[in-house]
Design a protein around this ligand. Structure first.
Ligand SMILES: [Zn+2]
Length: 279
């Protein structure tokens, strides 16, 4: 059984071909955001045709996906995706079954089953990347909610009078903490900013506001953070855990178990392999 898996993000997209449970091939390219949906669909389709044959396709998409209808709800970072039935399009183009979910949900499956979340239940996975997304994994599956919007912590309000977010609200977790806006607000990419302990001190205050809400609501056994920013390692995670311990009073016995993703850039690819088994 050969499975093609696709991770569509606002900064890059990655594809891998699994032969059974073995990743046989992998490729990653930068996303041309200005090219919008058409650029991405053309690139994915062209590469997929080069990698044929395969038996099924699974996709993690960087934005809300209606899982029941398999239609993309929207993308706040790249234009042209609203209402696009990517699953049906690729099924017709490639002639194999296709399934898709939001990338944070797929990343949650990947980390829970193959990565840093193994042995913990429930797992909350957060992607800290171009944007911020979240996935709730428990009892062998993702909890998607009534409209596939569960886990969307990127648009929790952390500063009521904060900056305007692309979603139309203000002060969102994503607006103050994701890679896209950090670079916009500070003029440097996140990995450069995180070299400064002073920057990290302020940054973890905002991160802890969002994650506290998640801990209070879900009491996860473990929080796994993936995406480019999570690669900062201990210089981010040690002060983040300290900040969470200060914000969450002794009243709460909830554990503070926050770790970086173990699968690095491949959380979504491995999660997609698992998602494909439901086809
Ligand atoms: Zn927002």
């Amino acid at each position: 059984m050969k499975t093609l898996v696709i991770d569509i993000g606002g900064t890059k997209f990655a594809m891998a071909l699994f032969d059974g449970d073995r990743m046989a091939r992998r490729e990653s390219r930068a996303t041309d955001r200005t090219g919008g949906r058409e650029w991405m669909v053309t690139n994915v389709e062209t590469l997929a045709r080069e990698w044929m044959p395969f038996d099924r396709v699974a996709i993690g998409f960087g934005g809300p996906v209606n899982f029941a209808t398999q239609v993309i709800a929207t993308s706040t970072h790249v234009g042209g995706w609203q209402g696009f039935p990517l699953t049906a399009y690729l099924r017709d183009a490639l002639g194999v079954p296709v399934i898709m979910d939001n990338d944070a949900n797929v990343g949650a499956i990947g980390e829970a089953e193959y990565g840093a979340g193994r042995g913990a239940d429930p797992v909350f996975y957060m992607t800290l990347s171009t944007g911020i997304g979240g996935g709730i994994y428990s009892n062998g599956s993702v909890w998607r909610g009534a409209d596939s919007f569960a886990g969307e912590i990127g648009h929790l309000t952390i500063h009521p009078d904060g900056k305007d977010c692309l979603c139309g609200a203000r002060g969102c977790f994503e607006r103050h903490c994701c890679g896209l806006w950090l670079e916009h607000d500070y003029g440097e990419p996140a990995f450069e900013l995180l070299k400064s302990p002073q920057f990290v001190d302020g940054y973890v205050e905002d991160l802890a506001l969002g994650l506290k809400a998640c801990i209070m609501l879900l009491n996860p056994a473990r929080i796994v953070i993936g995406g480019g920013i999570s690669k900062a390692g201990d210089k981010l995670f040690v002060p983040l855990r300290d900040r969470l311990r200060k914000n969450i009073t002794n009243w709460s016995g909830a554990r503070i178990n926050v770790v970086p993703a173990a699968l690095a850039d491949d959380s979504v690819l491995w999660g997609a392999l698992s998602l494909a088994r439901s086809l």
